[in-house]
Design a protein around this ligand. Structure first.
Ligand code: ADP
Length: 527
């Protein structure tokens, strides 16, 4: 047996290990592939986001620089009066420039025109001369160079745009103070238009506060952030796709689904393997029971045969001295032949059922007659064993669709078991057989007051070839097919069988047979 187990266990264990390993490898690669795919799609989103960000920055810078250049071109230095008149109009209407200043080579202020009220203008002039001019470091500015200064002067954030020019052999510095409100209201709005639907766009000061727009609620790898490199360099642009959350959630969901799928595959394999192992165990148990059955049946056949043969020979040899002994020998031969033929009937019926060939012929019949006839058949043996056998049959029971031969076999098995097991320990025991109507069914009960059946065996006694522990221990003969036949026959009649047993008290088998056939017509064949 052990050798046998080793023969199937090793390949099975190897197969399980191989399948588990394959699933693990597959799971790992598919998990990695999803991760890579998610990373790649995140990467491409990140790339396109920074491309857009870079483009926006470049465009805004270009707009500011182009506008500065255009304004520088409007500076006419020939006539100071004309300059002042023209620039007064420009600063009043353009909205782009707040003030314009012209300084000579020695950084002496020649002109300053602004659109502020006079008191503010004076303050501005003061700050311009004392703070802004030194901060611009004009002395180091090469000719034609165009620079920007973006910083706070007091509480005033300023963007100064300045250039070093030569005119009529003289060098000048022209400084424009740009209106930052105009940049926010017009340039940013214009440049961000169309992007705000799909992206979070914001401009933040280097100290942190928000200058414009709405920043991304959750900062992560998708957020592109960069300073304006030459003009508004205190400020940085922040841009992020609005569906970051969805993209991340999807990637996370894909990874979770993948992990779950691998887990489920493991679960399925595990359940499959467990089922396989259980099936193998069941099969092995069935095989064991089958071989027990063969040896039981052989033994069952041999015992009556040897008795028949022995008493037959004694009769032939004329050994029994008296007619009385000869009759006793003949009775033994008849009894053992009966037992033999019943056993053969049982085995043949069982074999037909096993091959799926059991055919039932249902006819309306009187179950009372079947019960009475079957009880009569065992009455003699019961009397000899000193067992009291009583029958209680309710009067006027209706006829029911039954196969009489099958029902006889069913009763025979129940009565035989009651005699075999029920009275072994109590030679003066009793067997009760009853037949009654309960609602739409007839119920047949066979009870004994024998040793009973242990609780853990109750669920197994209807299995084919199963024999109880007590039956196997003692010399009570049997093949383990009687109750499986009883169950099959009861179910073929649309009924059922139940057992009720208490150790030391006895056992009752109850068989319910419906009054009406569950199929159309009275005759039915079961295969
Ligand atoms: P067999 O009698 O040939 O062993 P059965 O299928 O008829 O096979 O019965 C199965 C088992 O049920 C028996 O081996 C026995 O252990 C138990 N059994 C059946 N009837 C009784 C009974 N009346 N009292 C106690 N045990 C019983």
């Amino acid at each position: 047996m052990r050798l046998d187990s080793a023969r199937w266990f090793l390949p099975l264990a190897l197969a399980i290990a191989a399948i588990m390993l394959a699933t693990m490898v597959l799971g790992y690669y598919s998990y990695e592939a999803t991760k890579r795919l998610a990373a790649r799609s995140e990467e491409s989103i990140e790339k396109s986001n920074s491309l857009v960000g870079q483009k926006v920055i470049d465009r805004i810078e270009k707009v500011i620089i182009d506008s500065d250049r255009m304004l520088f071109r409007l500076v006419i230095l020939d006539n100071p009066r004309e300059f002042t008149e023209l620039w007064k109009r420009i600063v009043a209407v353009s909205g782009v420039v707040e003030a314009v200043a012209v300084l000579d080579e020695n950084r002496t202020l020649l002109h300053l025109v602004g659109n502020m009220p006079p008191s503010q203008m004076n303050a501005f002039r003061q700050t311009f001369i004392t703070e802004m001019v030194p901060a611009m470091e004009l002395g180091t500015l090469p000719l034609d160079a165009h620079r920007h200064l973006h910083r706070y002067f007091g509480s005033l954030l300023t963007l100064l745009s300045f250039i070093h020019l030569e005119h009529d052999g003289q060098r000048f510095y022209i400084v424009l103070s740009t209106n930052l409100q105009h940049i926010k209201d017009d340039i940013f709005r214009e440049e961000f238009r169309g992007l705000e639907e799909s992206r979070y766009l914001a401009v933040l000061d280097e100290d942190g506060p928000l200058v414009y727009g709405s920043p991304a609620p959750d900062r992560g790898s998708f957020v592109f952030e960069q300073r304006f490199p030459t003009t508004l360099y205190r400020w940085r642009l922040q841009i992020a796709p609005k569906d970051i959350g969805t993209i991340r959630r999807e990637a996370r969901a894909r990874r979770t689904i993948n992990t779950l799928l691998v887990g489920a595959a493991y679960g399925l394999i595990f359940i499959g393997m467990l089922t396989l192992l259980l099936a193998i165990r069941k099969e092995r148990r069935a095989n064991q029971l089958k071989s027990d059955f063969i040896s039981n049946v052989t033994h069952e056949l041999k015992t009556p045969l040897s008795l028949i043969r022995m008493f037959g020979e004694l009769l032939t040899l004329g050994r029994p001295g008296t007619a009385q002994t000869a009759r006793e020998y003949a009775e033994i031969i008849t009894r053992e032949s009966d037992r033999l033929s019943r056993l053969i009937d049982n085995v043949l019926d069982f074999a037909r059922i096993e091959r799926g060939m059991a055919a039932y012929e249902f006819k309306l019949g009187d179950l009372r007659t079947v019960v009475e006839r079957s009880v009569d058949l065992v009455r003699h043996r019961a009397e000899q064993a000193g067992v009291q056998l009583d029958t209680r049959i309710e009067p006027e029971l209706p006829e029911v669709p039954i196969d009489e031969n099958a029902m006889t076999l069913l009763l025979h098995n129940l009565l035989e078991n009651a005699l075999k097991y029920g009275v072994t320990e109590k030679p003066r025991g009793s067997i009760h057989v009853s037949l009654a109507r309960e609602d739409s069914r007839l119920v047949l009960r066979v009870s004994d007051d024998g040793p009973g059946i242990p609780r853990d065996e109750l669920s197994r006694i209807f299995e084919r070839f199963y024999r109880g522990r007590a039956a196997r221990r003692t010399s009570i003969r049997g093949s383990g097919i009687g109750l499986s036949l009883v169950k099959h026959i009861a179910q073929a009649h649309g009924g059922e069988v139940q057992v009720d047993s208490e150790l030391g008290r006895g056992t009752t088998f109850a068989v319910w047979i419906p009054l009406r056939s569950r199929t159309r017509g009275e005759d039915r064949r079961m295969t």
